[in-house]
Write a protein that binds this ligand. Structure first.
Ligand SMILES: *[C@@H]1O[C@H](CO)[C@@H](O)[C@H](O)[C@H]1NC(C)=O
Ligand SMILES: *[C@@H]1O[C@H](CO)[C@@H](O)[C@H](O)[C@H]1NC(C)=O
Ligand SMILES: *[C@@H]1O[C@H](CO)[C@@H](O)[C@H](O)[C@H]1NC(C)=O
Ligand SMILES: *[C@@H]1O[C@H](CO)[C@@H](O)[C@H](O)[C@H]1NC(C)=O
Length: 417
């Protein structure tokens, strides 16, 4: 067997096993057992399908937390095989019972009405992005900070993108940015694999849920937080696989007794972070409303990141602002809630700049008043355009010719950022 193919199967198998391992822990990490006990009285869980229970070469799937406040159950999303019927999904479509397995994607031929699972090969977005990059390189339009996209053997994107001299961030298999960011160093490129944030993003996407989905807690760079708790029972886990590495421990006498306790990251007296407590209350409220027969329509933003701290964008009644991880305003990136800048606000630059400042980096990205990257960046006498994640686009120009760049605006480079 092709060894590369085999290794991909192994990864898929272990992602599921990893989730299984987490299932060994009684409930999810934020909602308490009491909450779920109550909830399940009305709606008991269905049993897991065999595809997720077996996990061999022909029967495999992904175990996901279920939809609903607190994700009290687990559901099985089966891996479909070559030629199987599939659904391309989309907003409002039901949760899929299966998705195309590794190396396959869901597509409809011109003759066929129904989409089926087909090999990705050349049609993979990542391979296409590589080809585009290679053509540009031949044309001499690749700038000095531009990186060739990295794909795995199945044509999916590798998990980390780095902006040289600035930060590295996590992306999902399709190349979309997800949670997880760290200062760019040689060491981080080895240790950052984004397993936990990819799991969280996959759950949110596949389940297409109105509620935030609760998965394991991640650390800032998208790996698993090595300390995971349910109520007062905690365990240490491997940061890459999420599998337990210690016995479970009742932590009513402090978290410091666990071997993975790290006083820089964890609080001895409580596992839950402030944002998680706020979110938990929101979930309880939704549950209460639904019990009373109200349909809770809107719950589209998760105020917390997968590491339990506050998300980078927060809103109040009047303002939308970039937030520090403790929920405080990340100055000076504040906009009035209904302004055009607020609509486009992504705070990606604001957070990266803060991270780089904290690590005493000398080269800081420049941000617009709404915390987005300035579309035109200059470094060491050269200027170039960047995308919303700060990646260089196209060839650079000497600073004195920056007006020749597409993103140049004599008035205000942030006008449309
Ligand atoms: C995988 O498990 C299923 C269900 O137990 C079984 O029917 C099937 O033959 C197994 N496949 C292989 C290749 O072992
Ligand atoms: C943990 O210990 C506390 C105090 O000893 C006890 O009240 C609690 O029930 C224990 N929790 C579990 C889940 O065993
Ligand atoms: C953690 O908290 C417990 C109980 O509050 C205390 O006995 C213990 O000394 C604390 N450990 C550290 C390292 O602060
Ligand atoms: C909303 O946040 C802004 C920015 O921090 C602050 O000035 C304002 O007072 C807040 N408004 C309310 C209603 O909390």
């Amino acid at each position: 067997m092709d060894s590369r193919w085999f290794s991909v199967i192994t990864i898929v198998c272990c992602v599921s096993l990893k989730i299984n391992a987490q299932l060994g822990i009684p409930n999810n990490y934020v909602c308490t057992e009491d909450f779920c006990d109550n909830y399940l009285e009305n709606e008991p869980c269905e049993g897991l399908k065999s595809a997720c229970k077996v996990q061999n070469s022909t029967h495999n799937g992904i175990i996901m937390p279920s939809i609903g406040p607190c994700s009290c159950c687990q559901i099985c999303i089966e891996n479909l095989k070559l030629g199987d019927d599939c659904s391309v999904g989309g907003l409002g479509s039901p949760v899929p019972t299966g998705i195309c397995g590794p190396g396959l994607y869901c597509t409809a031929n011109e003759e066929d009405e129904h989409p089926t699972c087909q090999p990705m090969h050349d049609s993979s977005e990542c391979f296409k992005a590589q080809k585009t990059f290679d053509l540009k390189r031949q044309d001499g339009t690749i700038g000095h900070l531009m990186q060739r996209p990295e794909c795995n053997a199945d044509g999916y994107f590798e998990p980390v993108v780095c902006i040289p001299g600035q930060t590295c961030y996590c992306i999902d298999e399709d190349g979309n940015r997800i949670f997880g960011e760290a200062v760019h160093t040689a060491a981080i490129q080895i240790s950052m694999r984004c397993e936990c944030s990819r799991l969280a993003a996959k759950a949110q996407k596949l389940l297409n849920s109105r509620y935030p989905i609760l998965t394991s807690r991640c650390d800032y760079k998208g790996s698993f937080d090595q300390l995971q708790c349910v109520d007062d029972i905690c365990t240490c886990v491997d940061m890459h696989t999420g599998e337990p590495t210690s016995d479970r421990k009742n932590i009513t006498r402090g978290l410091a007794g666990l071997p993975c306790f790290n006083k820089r990251l964890h609080d001895n007296s409580t596992y839950l972070r402030e944002c998680e407590l706020v979110k938990l209350n929101q979930l309880r409220e939704i549950h209460d409303y639904e019990t009373l027969g109200y349909n809770v329509l809107e719950f589209d933003t998760d105020i917390c990141q997968p590491d339990g701290w506050f998300s980078r964008i927060q809103v109040n009644d009047t303002h939308k602002y970039c937030s520090n991880k403790d929920g405080s305003v990340l100055e000076p990136y504040v906009t009035s809630r209904s302004s055009p800048e607020a609509l486009r606000m992504n705070c990606k630059c604001a957070r990266a700049r803060k991270l780089l400042m904290e690590s005493n980096s000398l080269e800081l990205p420049e941000c617009c008043p709404n915390g987005n990257y300035k579309p035109l960046a200059c470094r060491r006498g050269q200027c170039y355009c960047v995308d919303e994640d700060g990646n260089q686009l196209g060839i650079e120009k000497p600073a004195k010719h920056k007006d020749q760049l597409e993103c140049y605006d004599a008035e205000d480079v942030c006008a449309n950022a």
